[in-house]
Design a protein around this ligand. Structure first.
Ligand code: PLP
Length: 401
């Protein structure tokens, strides 16, 4: 007799990306020459985790009692203030209406967004290329994922497809949660331009006159944007008071401390009573899932965000990492053109994507060459964040072979 409930029988035991990474690592340990472009963490050209030295030092300096004690359910007030100031400080209209709740990474923020802004059984709307765990997070909360076609014929965001999907969500569910991962979209590497954000906001506002429409911006790769990472925020200000606006903020990539599990859900809400109600609902969700976050981690990230010297040191070190990524992209741009590969404009971040009609067979064939990428429907995700510059040529050769 099976004791597991029917809906959970047959679930995969491992995240497919972690499983591919494990296979690549095992083959490398046996002495094979492997290019592992599956890992979503930034590695240096020697394959070691790239860690901001200042962040590592500050984590070590957190006192014993900070690690040992519980944090408040919503996170320490200093942490919440630091995140909201960091993210929204340049946009007073957003900052003034903001509340936040600590979450274990951006993943926790996405979990709270789905379970508080969709009814059970409803679907979150996102781009057709998306980070696979969105589906897992939705499944776990008895929600679903539905998508719109991300790119138009010119390789820009397909705003018309988004609008059609919004209309359908309004009709089918009477509420919408739109999830956009920007800047440095995972898996495509795409960052929306200001005009694209303006068009998206206009469509949201039109539909938000009829039903509750909430935008959640997954800004996990925010700090790796080539330009000003906060520039897009001013395009979002018209949403406040007219549509829901959430951010899934994460310290994982920004401070290269993925395992620290520090993040936050930030909500911009004009009406004070709705703000208080939302704050309470988010805390309640935390209490009912992970209870509270890692207090030591919150303390370290608070210091890194608020001490001007530490923040500047992190930014300088991060600029070095951005340059390392850029060198890999330049190698890509030398090797890839003329090889018949189709890929979107790369604007920074950890990944590029190559469009492929039979991505799963292609990824399997590439494994025979010792080159590991992550397949999804219609595309192969290439994690340039984990490939040494010297291996980019071999990676491109295998992709185009
Ligand atoms: C697109 C995207 N969103 C969110 C996350 C969340 O990461 P974390 O929970 O470590 O903050 C990741 C991590 O890989 C990601 O790629």
């Amino acid at each position: 007799m099976l004791h597991l409930i029917a809906a959970h029988q047959g679930r995969p035991s491992d995240d497919p990306i972690f499983a591919l990474n494990r296979e690549a690592t095992q083959r490398r340990e046996k002495g094979e020459s492997i290019v592992n472009a599956t890992v979503g963490s930034l590695l240096d050209d020697d394959g070691r985790l790239a860690v901001l030295p200042t962040a590592a030092r500050v984590v070590r300096e957190v006192p014993r009692d900070e690690w040992a004690a519980y944090a408040p359910i919503a996170g320490t007030p200093a942490f919440l203030r630091a995140v909201m100031d960091d993210l929204l400080g340049s946009e007073p209209a957003l900052r003034a209406s903001a509340i936040a709740s600590a979450t274990p990474g951006g993943s926790g923020a996405l979990r709270h967004a789905m379970s508080n802004f969709l009814e059970p059984g409803q679907a979150v709307l996102t781009t057709n290329f998306f980070w696979g765990p969105y589906k897992t997070i939705a499944d776990e909360s008895d929600r679903k994922v539905t998508t719109f076609s991300m790119f138009d014929g010119q390789g820009a965001l397909d705003v018309e497809a988004l609008d059609r999907a919004l209309r359908e969500q309004v009709r089918a569910q009477g509420r919408v949660l739109l999830l956009l991962n920007d800047p440095c979209h995972n898996p495509t590497g795409y960052s929306m331009q200001a005009s694209e954000w303006r068009a998206v906001v206009a469509r949201i506002l039109a539909h938000a006159e009829q039903v509750p429409v909430t935008l959640v911006v997954d800004c996990a790769y925010f700090a790796y944007n080539a330009g000003n990472p906060r520039a897009f925020l001013k395009e979002l200000t018209p949403l406040v008071g007219r549509a829901g606006l959430l951010f899934a903020w994460s310290a994982s990539k920004t401070f290269t401390h993925y395992g620290l599990r520090v993040g936050a859900v930030v909500a911009c809400i004009a009406d004070p009573s709705e703000r208080t109600m939302t704050e309470a609902a988010l805390s309640y969700s935390s209490r009912g899932t992970w209870s509270n976050c890692n207090r030591g981690g919150l303390a370290a990230i608070t210091r890194l965000l608020t001490d001007p010297e530490l923040a500047a040191a992190c930014e300088a070190e991060r600029a070095g990492f951005r340059a390392m990524l850029q060198a890999r992209v330049s190698a890509w741009n030398v090797a890839a053109p003329g090889r018949g590969l189709r890929y979107p404009r790369y604007d920074g971040g950890f990944f590029v994507t190559v469009f492929h009609d039979d991505a799963f067979s292609k990824a399997l064939a590439m494994k025979q060459d010792g080159v590991f990428v992550v397949p999804q429907s219609g595309a192969l995700r290439v994690a340039l964040c984990s490939v040494a510059e010297r291996d980019v040529g071999r990676l491109v050769a295998s992709l185009s072979g």
